[in-house]
Design a protein around this ligand. Structure first.
Ligand code: ADP
Ligand code: ADP
Length: 232
């Protein structure tokens, strides 16, 4: 579902070069929950942002659903990016719009008409258990509810792949457990392939089928989680 080959990304600032991702190969199979684990600064976020080309790699290819995104012209890339959902540590909601308005936003960008939009928003909110909060504003929600809105919005374009950037790092343990459970449930029910990054082993243990450990931009270990956990 996702094939990353020879991925490299460096940043240049004030005469210094930081190689954030340094030759990464990675394969996420369809229907899998895949975790990339690493400390702060390891390159996780750069790697994830290269998967939907929010960050343009210096070298390597990123193939999602059989399409090499690095080879696409900008306009076609935008179309493909709509099919890759993303959720964020701090939710990234629009504070001036309601819950429904946040979920409707990507549908508006895609040009989905009003009636279909209203129906899709209602379905998406039901899917994440927020059917009764459509008219609330983000400031009126708990952290867990905000992330549910983020998830509903990420699913608006019916993506086959969901990218998760430390989605539970800002949440308490109980809320973390319920969000991970929701992601697992969506993975099973919709066949959604999930690629997540995290600095917490616990997240990997709870929901990932496979995982890789990233250190200084390189993968130092990878495999099925049950094998990784029993390895000496
Ligand atoms: P992680 O998500 O694992 O914390 P990042 O991908 O954010 O790692 O960062 C990897 C390395 O790249 C770090 O050394 C970081 O300082 C550097 N880096 C990330 N983004 C930028 C940027 N926009 N400009 C310069 N350096 C960056
Ligand atoms: P905002 O004031 O945040 O911009 P709107 O009232 O304009 O929100 O609604 C934005 C979108 O959400 C619209 O496309 C509308 O169809 C949908 N929507 C609004 N209220 C509901 C609701 N109660 N249930 C489902 N969808 C809704």
């Amino acid at each position: 579902m996702i094939q990353i080959e020879g991925l490299r990304k460096a940043y240049h600032s004030r005469g210094r070069t930081v190689v954030a991702v340094d030759g990464v190969d990675l394969e996420v199979r369809e229907g899998e929950v895949y975790g990339v684990l690493g400390r702060s600064g390891a390159g996780k976020s750069t790697l994830l942002r290269c998967v939907n080309l929010l960050e343009r790699p210096d070298a390597g290819t990123v193939t999602v659903d059989g399409v090499d995104l690095t080879a696409l012209p900008e306009r076609r890339l935008r179309q493909h990016r709509q099919r890759i959902g993303m959720i964020h540590q701090h939710f990234a909601l629009l504070s001036s719009r309601t819950v429904a308005g946040n979920v409707a936003f990507p549908l508006e960008v895609m040009g989905v008409d009003r009636r279909e939009r209203a129906q899709r928003v209602a379905e998406l909110l039901d899917l994440v258990g927020l059917g009764d909060r459509a008219r609330a504003y983000p400031a009126q929600l708990s952290g867990g509810q905000k992330q549910r809105v983020g998830i509903a919005r990420a699913l608006a374009g019916r993506p086959t792949v969901l990218l998760s950037d430390e989605a539970t790092s800002a949440l308490d343990p109980e809320t973390t457990a319920s969000i991970l459970e929701l992601l697992r449930d969506l993975n099973r029910r919709l066949g959604l392939t999930i690629l997540l990054i995290t600095h917490e082993m616990e997240v990997v243990k709870r929901i990932c089928d496979s995982a890789a450990v990233l250190r200084e931009g390189r993968i130092v270990e990878s495999g099925r989680v049950r094998d990784l956990l029993t390895r000496p």
